[in-house]
Design a protein around this ligand. Structure first.
Ligand SMILES: Cc1cc2nc3c(=O)[nH]c(=O)nc-3n(C[C@H](O)[C@H](O)[C@H](O)COP(=O)(O)OP(=O)(O)OC[C@H]3O[C@@H](n4cnc5c(N)ncnc54)[C@H](O)[C@@H]3O)c2cc1C
Ligand code: SF4
Ligand code: SF4
Length: 427
């Protein structure tokens, strides 16, 4: 079958094998919630046995709905920016994708900067968009009421609302489970979500023109992956806490990165270093969900602006972290993002420290460079193991595959085949 969007051979599974559960079973679901939103109540996002948010089928799905989900699900498709948003003079970096400018920066307002995850750039831009009336609201994420380690979709219409959502949530959350309702409401808004959530929005834009009409700006955190729920349970258990008894869980913030902080119903509290829930301080200790290990787009190529951390050699200087107010590395990708960036800086919502280069950012994000190099080989492992294989356009995965040695590619493919049983999920 030929993919109508790219003209290339379609990689995903033939029609007869399609059902939404299969995406979960093959370890490809991210839990964004888009399919549930599109299903008119036939799919429900619920916690799976492994602790992830996954779509559960409540009643029979039509072929049309399943086809639609297979076309727009970010577990099955992640592309770079759509062609019409890439200006002729935009640089396409092999690792970081479309770039019109790269900066070290932080929120202009000190309180926003310090409270936020890194330097408060995403919150600062959100506040600028609201206070200048460029959008009516921001659709993003805040801590869930039901589980303090989870996120839930959050609508911000005021700067105080933005503060409620500021900070990073490294746990499950489905920011798009009400996405269709936002389009039906017909108000202009901005969306902030992880790169995979952004892919879902861009994918759905090819099927519904209201996305481009109403979603005025798309912002994203650079993303290396969430904490697997089993790792979170282990972390809490080691600290003598349980997930059920938590009244607060903060992954980071109040300085950069700030501590993990948690309290429970008995009023007990604790703190930890940011990476402990992932499994340890060193990059080699981090545990990730299977889907995040085969993610093709941590840098968030589909967004107008992406913002990440800026720590040389991937982790903070822990001594400086004690006093660090926070800095983001920022990747401005589109014309709309560039205008927003300039206007927000001119109005004092963003404070630009300096320009940076892609090769400098490689030194801060070694794990993203490596993932980009190996994704195609890892996806080949999915195909060889008989799992669904995602499609991708413009992320330069094939170019890296061709540059790698055969031995390296084969090792990555076999590694994925070996890990896939652990990635497969049941509902
Ligand atoms: C799961 C995850 C993994 C990450 N991995 C990396 C990495 O490998 N390297 C790196 O440099 N940076 C990573 N980041 C980005 C980093 O943690 C900051 O989010 C980023 O630098 C933006 O900081 P800020 O101060 O501008 O954000 P803030 O001003 O604090 O705003 C953060 C915004 O993101 C939204 N948000 C937070 N969590 C989620 C979520 N789970 N899903 C959807 N929206 C969310 C919030 O609602 C808020 O609008 C990751 C972020 C996440 C959520
Ligand atoms: S990734 Fe999103 S759209 Fe795809 S199956 Fe999971 S929840 Fe549904
Ligand atoms: S690593 Fe990729 S798949 Fe995992 S949460 Fe981040 S953007 Fe989504």
């Amino acid at each position: 079958m030929i993919d109508a969007r790219t003209g290339k051979k379609e990689m995903a599974t033939p029609q007869t094998l399609k059902d939404v559960t299969r995406i979960v079973e093959d370890g490809l679901c991210i839990g964004c919630g888009l399919c549930a939103s599109l299903s008119g109540g036939k799919l429900d996002m619920k916690i799976s046995p492994l602790g992830y948010l996954r779509p559960y089928t409540k009643s029979e799905l039509s072929h049309e709905l399943v086809d639609l989900v297979y076309d727009v699900c970010p577990g099955l498709r992640q592309d770079t920016l759509p062609e019409h948003l890439i200006e002729p003079d935009t640089d396409i970096d092999p690792v970081w994708g479309p770039i019109r400018g790269m900066y070290s920066a932080h929120a202009g307002d000190e309180t926003t900067r310090i409270k936020a995850a890194s330097g408060g750039v995403l919150s600062g831009l959100s506040k600028f968009l609201l206070e200048t009336g460029k959008v009516n609201y921001i659709l993003h994420m805040r801590t869930a009421d039901t589980d303090a380690t989870h996120g839930i979709a959050h609508v911000s219409r005021t700067v105080a609302d933005v503060d409620v959502g500021s900070g990073s949530i490294y746990g499950p959350g489905a920011p798009l489970d009400t996405f269709l309702k936002h389009l039906d409401a017909g108000e202009p808004f901005a969306f902030i979500g992880k790169p995979c959530d952004v892919s879902a929005v861009r994918n759905y834009a090819t099927r519904d023109p209201r996305v481009d009409q109403l979603v005025k700006y798309i912002l994203t955190p650079v993303c290396g992956g969430i904490v697997p729920p089993a790792m979170m349970d282990k972390f809490l258990q080691n600290k003598g806490f349980t997930r059920e008894s938590l009244t607060k869980f903060k992954y980071r913030g109040d300085g950069c990165p700030g501590d993990v902080e948690y309290t429970d119903t008995k009023g007990r509290s604790g703190s930890a270093i940011m990476y402990e829930p992932y499994g340890g301080i060193q990059e080699s200790d981090w545990q990730l969900p299977f889907r995040c290990k085969i993610c093709p787009d941590g840098p968030g190529e589909g967004a107008d602006i992406a913002a990440g951390d800026q720590w040389v050699d991937d982790v903070p200087d822990w001594e400086f972290a004690k006093i660090d107010k926070g800095t983001n590395a920022v990747l401005v990708r589109t014309k709309a993002g560039e205008q927003l960036w300039k206007d927000a800086a001119a109005a004092g919502y963003i404070n630009i420290e300096q320009t940076i280069t892609p090769r400098f950012y490689d030194t801060c994000q070694h794990h993203h460079v490596v993932k980009k190099m190996y994704t195609r080989a890892r996806w080949n492992g999915l195909a060889e193991a008989g799992a669904l294989e995602p499609r991708s356009n413009g992320l330069r995965l094939d170019a890296y595959f061709e540059k790698n040695s055969n031995e390296v590619n084969r090792a990555q493919t076999e590694g994925t085949i070996a890990r896939l049983p652990g990635g497969r999920e049941t509902l």
